[in-house]
Design a binder for this molecule. Structure first.
Ligand code: ATP
Length: 244
């Protein structure tokens, strides 16, 4: 029996993501030392912390790209510790990694086609993408590698949204983008949150994401050291970032 075939009846108050005491390592080097993290269903959670705090590693564990060495991962109440990336995708976990994860040598349309896979038709993917980002429609036959940073991020978001994710993991959406484009991207994120998509946002620049978040989690040196309202966490940020 695979993890996906296990009987499960999620309760409405089950968090969409729940990590308890999660340890994970890159080779011999442990990067997460017992992370606890909860993303309630329908919430936007900001995962904050300085470089190397473990935000990307946490995202990779949730999307099944890195194994948990100890501790547990639950999705909608179901224990899925040990799940693969394909299985998490089938459960509606959709991740936009740092660097966007698009194929530079494929056109916009081909990138959408790859993301559609067997679950969604290319037509449906294109409709969603071009309605939300008309600029992508104008560039449907252009190679993704020749798009601007903002347009690439629009493509990455479109690839994710076309599959109707239950939860979206966004890692450093702002990376390499001009401030105006960052604002545009986070407007889209706000719209998704209003539509009920649960979102976990990892960002180095807390000021960008705190206004969008329902909850914030502060990571330092491979541990989630604080979780609370954006206002509570904002007060602790300067200490964490300055290494105090
Ligand atoms: N592929 C890897 N091999 C070895 N160590 C790694 C690898 N990726 C990350 N690490 C280490 O794991 C720790 C956590 O890194 P991670 O990328 O998760 O942090 P982060 O909070 O996302 O940082 P940033 O904001 O810089 O992306 C760091 O000490 C980092 O050096």
């Amino acid at each position: 029996m695979t993890l996906l075939e296990e009987p499960c009846s999620p309760r409405p108050d089950d968090p969409i993501i729940e990590l308890r005491g999660v340890h994970a390592a890159h080779g011999d080097i442990e990067a997460l030392h017992g992370v606890d993290l909860v993303v309630p269903a329908g919430a936007v959670v900001a995962l904050l912390g300085p470089n190397g705090a473990g935000k990307t590693t946490t995202m990779k564990v949730i999307s099944g790209l890195m194994p948990v060495t100890s501790g547990s991962l639950r999705l909608s109440g179901r224990d899925v510790t040990g799940i693969t990336a394909t299985e998490t995708a089938r459960l509606g976990v959709c991740s936009i990694p740092e660097g966007r994860g698009i194929f530079a040598n494929l056109t916009v349309r081909e990138n959408l086609w790859v993301a559609a896979g067997e679950r969604v038709s290319l037509d449906a993917m294109e409709q969603v993408a071009y309605a939300r980002f008309p600029r992508l429609g104008e560039r449907r036959d252009q190679l993704a590698g020749s798009l601007s940073g903002g347009e690439q991020q629009m493509l990455a978001l479109s690839r994710a949204l076309g599959t109707n994710p239950a939860v979206l993991l966004l890692d450093e959406l702002s990376m390499g983008l001009a401030p105006m484009v960052v604002t545009e991207m986070y407007e889209v994120v706000k719209g998704l949150a209003a539509e009920g998509v649960s979102i976990l946002l990892a960002e180095q620049f807390a000021r960008i994401v705190l206004p969008l978040a329902d909850l914030a989690v502060l990571m330092v040196s491979g541990r989630a050291v604080r979780a609370g309202s954006p206002t509570e966490i904002e007060e602790e940020l300067s200490t964490a970032y300055l290494g105090g």
